[in-house]
Design a protein around this ligand. Structure first.
Ligand code: ADP
Length: 255
């Protein structure tokens, strides 16, 4: 049995202030394992994942106005407009299941989104803990081309590292697995380029705005080992919050 992990809070339990919610920001390039790690954290902490990619794909699947407006950009591996994503996240955060905290997967992805997130955190009484997943780009390309997803429940598989029990179908609901259109190699390169140009500058932004940020090597470890490491870091973040020294974590991994 893995050790129990508490949902990190920035305020000590004996404090008379309302507990601050933990916003776990899973940050890293496409294919770094944000979706897989979100699934582990959902099970472990019982807080919801907010995946902007999944929300956007759902609009495309429904064929509504938003879906039609963004389909071409997503197919090409380009980011969709900040205003749209910011509104989707703000609406999602107003739902009651985020009351104990939430996991952000794929948001923020631009500096403009980062600035909106700071405001959303304040309004939702939440404090961010950023987990930055570091992965070599060659490993990412090899990984993403083996990626498969259940179109019904969203579970992610990888033909190399996490194959389904029966070839081609979801373990949980038997649905036929799909390859995402934007997982073709040319599109992956475009997505990595977007990440370099538009998303990686957020690392400096998180530092400058004093967010708790931890870097983890996500290249050479199994998904289970990585999730253990992330939970250790979240425990550490909770501990440093309880000591009310958010700028001085005891963990050497703090970037
Ligand atoms: P990955 O992290 O592997 O790129 P996602 O499912 O998070 O996969 O994102 C898929 C696509 O959805 C992105 O390439 C982009 O087109 C769009 N997208 C997701 N999140 C955002 C965001 N925060 N801002 C803009 N576009 C986004």
């Amino acid at each position: 049995m893995p050790p129990e992990v508490v949902v990190p809070s920035a305020v000590a339990p004996d404090s008379d202030q309302a507990p601050v919610k933990c916003a776990i920001v899973l940050f890293g390039p496409p294919g770094s394992g944000k979706g897989t790690q979100s699934q582990f954290l959902i099970k472990r902490l019982g807080i919801p994942q907010i995946s902007t990619g999944d929300m956007l794909r759902e609009h495309i699947r429904c064929g509504d106005d938003i879906g039609q407006a963004i389909e071409q950009r997503m197919r090409a591996g380009l980011l969709v407009p900040d205003e749209l994503v910011n509104v989707l996240v703000a609406e999602r955060l107003s739902q009651p299941d985020t009351g104990r905290g939430f996991i952000l997967d794929g948001y923020p992805r631009t500096s403009a989104q980062g600035r909106v997130l700071i405001d959303l955190l304040d309004r939702n009484n939440a404090e961010a803990v950023v987990i930055h997943l570091l992965v070599d780009y060659n490993i990412i390309i090899a990984r993403i081309t083996g990626r498969r997803q259940c179109p019904k429940c969203g579970t992610l598989y990888n033909l190399l590292s996490r194959p389904p029990k029966a070839a081609g179908v979801c373990d949980l609901d038997g649905e036929e697995l799909i390859i995402r259109e934007d997982d073709r190699e040319q599109v992956i390169r475009e997505r990595l380029d977007s990440y370099e140009r538009q998303t990686s500058p957020l690392i400096a932004f998180f530092r400058e705005t004093g967010r708790k940020m931890y870097e983890v090597d996500a290249s050479r470890v199994t998904p289970v080992a990585l999730s253990e490491r992330i939970c250790e870091l979240l425990d550490c973040a909770a501990w440093s919050g309880k000591q009310k020294k958010p700028g001085h974590s005891q963990d050497g991994s703090r970037s």
